[in-house]
Design a protein around this ligand. Structure first.
Ligand code: HDE
Length: 721
C-alpha cells in the first residue's frame, strides 16, 4: 500500500529543524521538502501511480509511439524545461547554510535586530561565486569571487551581496553592462570561457582608468583563492547604520576568515581547472560534511556622519576602500557554515539575492553603483526565475511573517483568504497595517538632498591611482612578483598591440617598476604616461598592512589536504604517525599509490590507497609526505608521476616532508627538476635521509604546512615542472 504524501513530506524552517508534518496545511505543503525513502511509489506529477517507467506506449511492439502517452509527455515536457537562465554574472556558484551570532549588542550604532543579542542565532545562507564564467566553468579561474550572505532575521531578510575584493571596477552603474560585456566570452565566437585574458576586456580596462584599483587586486593572488574558506569578504559599498533614535553613521562591512587568507599560485590554478573543475565547491562541501565548519568574523569600519569628508577619497566611490590603518575593523560577530544543501538547484541556484533586502537599522548610501544595483537584482529574477513570486520559493522565504496586498502572478503559492486585497480598507479591519519606526517599520534615513538634475561624475571621484599605488606598495616582494606575472600573462593574450600599450601606460601611473616589469615581459618599451588630468594624489598612508596576504594568520592547518605517497612495502608506522598527527591538527591526509587497491606493508598489515597517482596531481594538495620503506621508495622513484608530484609541489611552494628512505624520492625529484646536486634549496622541505618520524619531525612538518606556501624559494625559477 502506498504511503500518503502527507506522511513523508516534512516542512523545514531555515535552521533545518523539521516541524511536525501533521501540522502542514495545504500552503505549507507546497513549500515542503520531499524526502524520498525506500519503498516509495513512482507517480506522475498528478499523483497517478506509474506501472511502467521503461517503455513508452506504442501501437504494437515495433509500432509508432502514441500521442496519447500522457506519462511520457509529462516526463519529457518537464525535462525539456529543467534549465532556467543562468545568472548573467556570478553564474558559477556554491552555497551552504549556517548561522550568524553577534558578539555583543551593536545598539549604539544600529537598531538592526540581529545585531543586538549574542544569544540570538540568525540562520544564514551563503553563496560564493566567480563572476565571468558560465555555470559549468572551472572554480579556479582568475576572477573576483562573489560572497553573498543572506541573514534570515526576525525583521525580514537582509542580503549582504559582496565580493572577496573590497573595491569594484566602475564607479557608476551605467558602466556595468559595458564592463561585463567586455569580460564575457567575445560575442562573435564565444571565446574565451571564464577568462579575462582577452582583447575586449583589456580594451575596456585600458580605456577606463577608474578600473585600475580593482584590476590590481584581480591580478594579485586574491583572484585565485585557495578556498572559499580562506578568502575575505567585503560589502564593497559604504552603507549606513542607523540607531534607534535615527542617528546614522557610515559603515563598511567585512568578513575575515578564521583560517586566514590564502591563495593558489597561477600555474596551480591553471592545472586545477583540468584536474578538478569543482575544486572550491568540493572543498566547501567536504569541510562542512566533515564537521569542520568554515567560519568568518564579521567586521565593521564605522565612520561618524560628521567625518564624511575627512578622507582623501569619497566614501561614495566604490573604487576606494577605507585603509584599515585609518579606520580599524571592529570584529562584531561570527558566521559559521554548518549545513550543506539538500538540493543544489532548489537552494543555491534559486536563491535570489538583492542589496535592497534590508532591515531597519541598515540603510544605503548614495554610492551610484549601489543605487543602480537596487534596480538590477529584482529585475534579473524576472527572467531567471520567471515570476514576481520568486520570494515564495522556499530558499527565498523570510522567516519573518509576510503579509501584504500583492496577489496573483505566475506560480503563486500563497493562498490568501478573504476578499480584501487593498488598503485602506474597513472590510479587513484595516489590515495589514503600516508600522512606524518604533514598531519595527522601515523608515529611510532622512538624508537632506539638494542639487541639479544632471548626468555628472563627482570631482571627488577623480583620483584613480593613489589607492592602486597604495595596494602595490603594501605587497611583499613575492606578491608584487605574482601581480607583475599576472599582468604579463593576461596582456600577452591580447592580440592588439595598441591595447597592451595603453594598459602599460596606465600602469606607469601606479608604479614605474611595475610598468617596466610588465613592459619587459611583453617585449615592448615602456610607453609614455597617458595624458593625465591634473588630479591631486596622495601617498598617505605609505602602506596598509591589511592589504597584504602575507600578514594573514598562519597558525593553523585546519582544512589543509596532505598527500602521502606510498607503494608496496611502505613503512606503515610512519604513515600512521603522520596521518594521526595531521588529523588531530585538523588536516586531511590521503594515501596516494601508483594504483588503487591494497598496499601490503609487511607482517600481514595493509593500507588501502585513497587515490592512484595517474588520477590526481600535487595541485589537489597543500603538502606532501613521503614515508620510508625501501621497496616503496624504489617503486615511487621509478614512477614518473610520483617524481613529477614532488617537484611540482616544490615549484608551487608547498611543504614537503620525507622520512628515512623517502628522502631519495625528494632527491630524485630535485635532480629531475634541474637541481644538479639533488637538493632543493628553499625552505619548507623536511627530508633528512635515514631519520625516522618522531615528534620533532611532525612538529616541523605541521609548522611548514601552516605557512601555507613558500613563495620565496630561491630556486623556483629554475625548477622544471
Ligand atoms: Fe552584482 N549582479 N551587479 N555586483 N552581484 C548580480 O543578480 C549588478 C556588483 C554580486 O550569489 C545579478 O541575481 C549591477 C557589485 C554578487 O546569487 C545582477 C551592478 C558587487 C552576485 C547583478 C553590480 C556585486 C551578483 C546576476 C552594477 C559587489 C551574485 C544574478 C551596478 C559588491 C549573487 C543576480 C548570488 C549578481 C547586477 C555590481 C556582487 C545581474 C547592475 C559592486 C556577489 O542583478
Amino acid at each position: 500500500m502506498a504511503k500518503s504524501r502527507q506522511r513523508k513530506t516534512v516542512t523545514a524552517d531555515k535552521t533545518g529543524l523539521a516541524s511536525s508534518p501533521s501540522h502542514a496545511n495545504r500552503s505549507e505543503q507546497a513549500a515542503s521538502v520531499l524526502a524520498q525513502e525506500p519503498g516509495d511509489t513512482l507517480t506522475t506529477n498528478q499523483g497517478l501511480r506509474i506501472s511502467d517507467n521503461q517503455n513508452s506506449l506504442r501501437a504494437g511492439a515495433r509500432g509508432p509511439t502514441l500521442l496519447e502517452d500522457h506519462i511520457l509527455r509529462e516526463k519529457i515536457m518537464h525535462f525539456d524545461h529543467e534549465r532556467i537562465p543562468e545568472r548573467v554574472v556570478h553564474a558559477r556558484g556554491a552555497g551552504a547554510h549556517g548561522v550568524f551570532e553577534v558578539y555583543k549588542s551593536m545598539a549604539k550604532f544600529t537598531k538592526a535586530g540581529f545585531l543586538q543579542d549574542p544569544a540570538v542565532k540568525t540562520p544564514v545562507f551563503v553563496r560564493f561565486s566567480t563572476v565571468a564564467g558560465s555555470r559549468g566553468s572551472a572554480d579556479t579561474a582568475r576572477d573576483v569571487r562573489g560572497f553573498s550572505v543572506r541573514f534570515y532575521t526576525q525583521e525580514g531578510n537582509f542580503d549582504l551581496v559582496g565580493n572577496n575584493i573590497p573595491v569594484f571596477f566602475v564607479q557608476d552603474a551605467i558602466k556595468f553592462p559595458d564592463l561585463i560585456h567586455s569580460v564575457k566570452p567575445e560575442p562573435h565566437n564565444e571565446i574565451p570561457q571564464a577568462s579575462s585574458a582577452h582583447d575586449t576586456f583589456w580594451d575596456f580596462i585600458s580605456m577606463v582608468p577608474e578600473t585600475t584599483h580593482t584590476i590590481m587586486w584581480a591580478m594579485s593572488d586574491r583572484g585565485i583563492p585557495r578556498s572559499f574558506q580562506m578568502m575575505e569578504g567585503f560589502g564593497v559599498h559604504t552603507f549606513r547604520f542607523v540607531d534607534e533614535t535615527g542617528k546614522a553613521s557610515f559603515v563598511k562591512f567585512h568578513w575575515k576568515p578564521v583560517l586566514g587568507v590564502h591563495s593558489l599560485v597561477w600555474d596551480e590554478a591553471v592545472k586545477l581547472a583540468g584536474k578538478d573543475a569543482d575544486f572550491h565547491r568540493r572543498d566547501l562541501w567536504e569541510a562542512i560534511d566533515k564537521g569542520q565548519y568554515p567560519e568568518w568574523e564579521f567586521g565593521v569600519q564605522i565612520v561618524p556622519e560628521e567625518d564624511e569628508h575627512k578622507f582623501d577619497f569619497d566614501l561614495l566611490d566604490a573604487t576606494k576602500l577605507i585603509p584599515e590603518s585609518l579606520v580599524p575593523v571592529k570584529l562584531i560577530g561570527k558566521l559559521t557554515l554548518n549545513r550543506n544543501t539538500d538540493n543544489y538547484f532548489a537552494e543555491t541556484e534559486q536563491i535570489a539575492f538583492h542589496p535592497g533586502h534590508l532591515v531597519p537599522g541598515i540603510d544605503f548610501s548614495n554610492d551610484p553603483l549601489l543605487q543602480g544595483r537596487l534596480f538590477s537584482y529584482s529585475d534579473t529574477q524576472l527572467s531567471r526565475l520567471g515570476s514576481a513570486n520568486f520570494h515564495e520559493i522556499p530558499i527565498n522565504r523570510p522567516i519573518a511573517p509576510v503579509d501584504n496586498n500583492q496577489r496573483d502572478g505566475h506560480m503563486r503559492q500563497t493562498i490568501v483568504k478573504g476578499r480584501v486585497s487593498y488598503e485602506p480598507n474597513t472590510l479587513g479591519g484595516g489590515c495589514p497595517m503600516q508600522r512606524p519606526w518604533e514598531e519595527g517599520g522601515f523608515v529611510s534615513h532622512a538624508e537632506p538632498m539638494e542639487g541639479a538634475k544632471q548626468r555628472v561624475r563627482s570631482p571627488s571621484f577623480a583620483d584613480h591611482f593613489s589607492q592602486p599605488a597604495l595596494f602595490w606598495r603594501s605587497q611583499t616582494k613575492w606578491e608584487q612578483d605574482h601581480i607583475a606575472a599576472a599582468f604579463c600573462f593576461e596582456l600577452a593574450k591580447v592580440g592588439v598591440p595598441a591595447v597592451r600599450e595603453r594598459m602599460v601606460a596606465t600602469l606607469t601611473q601606479v608604479d614605474g617598476v611595475l610598468a617596466k616589469r610588465v613592459a619587459d615581459g611583453l617585449g615592448m618599451p615602456v610607453p609614455p604616461p597617458p595624458n593625465a588630468e591634473n588630479v591631486p594624489r596622495t601617498n598617505k598612508p605609505e602602506i596598509d598592512r591589511a592589504l597584504s596576504m602575507a600578514n594573514t594568520r598562519i597558525s593553523s592547518i585546519v582544512g589543509r589536504s596532505v598527500a602521502v605517497l606510498i607503494a608496496q612495502n611502505v613503512d606503515k608506522k610512519s604513515v600512521d604517525a603522520v596521518c594521526k598527527a595531521l588529523a588531530s591538527a585538523g588536516a586531511t591526509a590521503k594515501l596516494i599509490a601508483p594504483g588503487l587497491g591494497s598496499i601490503t606493508c609487511g607482517e600481514g598489515e595493509s593500507l588501502d590507497a585513497d587515490h592512484s597517482l595517474p588520477t590526481v596531481g600535487s595541485v589537489l594538495f597543500d603538502a606532501v609526505f613521503v614515508p620510508g620503506g625501501k621497496k616503496s621508495v624504489d617503486a615511487l622513484c621509478a614512477d614518473a608521476n610520483a617524481v613529477l608530484f614532488v617537484k611540482e609541489a616544490y615549484k608551487h611552494g608547498k611543504a614537503i616532508a620525507a622520512s628515512e628512505d623517502g628522502a631519495r624520492l625528494i632527491a630524485k625529484a630535485a635532480l629531475s627538476a634541474g637541481a644538479a646536486d639533488g637538493k632543493f634549496r628553499g625552505p619548507g622541505v623536511i627530508a633528512d635521509s635515514g631519520k625516522a618520524v618522531n615528534d620533532a619531525f611532525i612538529r616541523k612538518f605541521i609548522a611548514a604546512i601552516a605557512e601555507h606556501r613558500f613563495p620565496e624559494r630561491p630556486d623556483l625559477a629554475d625548477i622544471v615542472a
